[in-house]
Design a protein around this ligand. Structure first.
Ligand code: C2E
Ligand code: CA
Ligand code: CA
Ligand code: CA
Length: 275
């Protein structure tokens, strides 16, 4: 398995030379990785900006081939999406994250929510709602403690179907966040059409907000839009005190970033936040 793993890595690193074949190899490596339990979740804390209280965590997928370190999700998620493997991986992530959140709640984290990324293909899959229901009932996690992060693209590509799914999730009590808000092609119309709970401000707007009048204006506008629509806002990629100070002053509800906590293994999360 070690040799194979090395192969994959090599092929993978040289994928520019032969995109088709390397993707196939990575895909079969992923199948094997699922079998071998090489996938795991890391958890990044999300805090209330005003009180500093821990409110939730985002589950972020990690793939570690033995002896080779991590392959970043930005590389394997798109591939999983194209090959359809995302259905298996996504269902696994949802189940693990909900079980973990329930466990932490029982260990003392009250009113803690878990936020899970849902890929476009996964979101429109036929048995998605059924899977969510099963995961919730098996874990015992309350629906309002589960947040699903989807991107604007999903809503734009298939508004009819997305609307139906969102309405059913909303009826069940599950929360929806729009991830990377403002970075895709979209219209604001969907904000009033669909039952949403949270907008996540993309890191790209937060990065230079202290020096950029434009980014300040964009973030300010997102915050007043959210207030008018009764949505909560999470700012992601917060790395320094100046950014945090600005977001706090402008009334951003929640923050997530390296400043307040990096994504960590569940054991580390427990150690850090369940004192
Ligand atoms: P995302 O959903 O926008 O997740 C936030 C990313 O920003 C994460 O990268 C996180 O580690 C990183 N981040 C958070 N705070 C900071 C910060 O202060 N500084 C910096 N430099 N980075 C920060 P990560 O974990 O590499 O994930 C990348 C993307 O992969 C995610 O972006 C998401 O689109 C996707 N992804 C990760 N896990 C899953 C999953 O389980 N399912 C699906 N469908 N996609 C996933
Ligand atoms: Ca996300
Ligand atoms: Ca995001
Ligand atoms: Ca992002």
């Amino acid at each position: 398995a070690k040799t194979q793993g090395k192969n994959y890595w090599k092929i993978f690193s040289n994928q520019v030379d032969d995109g088709e074949r390397s993707n196939l190899s990575l895909e079969s490596a992923m199948y094997q990785g699922i079998e071998n339990n090489e996938f795991m979740l890391h958890y990044q804390p999300i805090f209330c900006t005003q009180t500093g209280q821990l409110r939730g965590a985002e589950a972020l997928m990690r793939w570690q081939i033995p002896n080779q370190g991590f392959i970043p999700p930005i590389k394997f998620i798109p591939l999983a999406e194209n090959s359809g493997l995302i259905k298996t991986l996504g269902a696994w992530a949802l189940r693990s994250a909900c079980n973990q959140a329930k466990q932490w709640q029982e260990a003392g984290l009250k009113d803690f929510y878990i936020s899970v990324n849902v890929s476009p293909r996964q979101f429109v899959q036929e048995d998605f709602l059924e899977m969510i229901n099963i995961v919730l009932s098996e874990s015992g996690l309350l629906p309002h403690n589960l947040m699903l992060e989807i991107t604007e693209g999903v809503l734009m590509d298939n508004p009819q179907r997305s609307g139906e799914i969102l309405t059913q999730l909303h009826t069940a009590g599950v929360k929806i966040a729009i991830d990377d808000f403002g970075t895709g092609y979209s219209s604001l119309a969907y904000l009033k059409k669909f039952p949403l709970s949270v907008l996540k401000i993309d890191k790209s707007f937060v990065d230079d907000v202290i020096n950029s009048a434009e980014d300040m204006a964009i973030i300010g506008t997102i915050l007043s839009l959210a207030e008018g629509l009764n949505l909560l806002v999470v700012a992601e990629g917060v790395e320094n005190d100046a950014q945090l100070g600005f977001l706090k002053q402008e009334g951003c509800n929640l923050v997530q970033g390296y400043l307040t906590g990096k994504p960590v293994h569940s054991e580390d999360f427990k150690e850090k936040y369940l004192a």
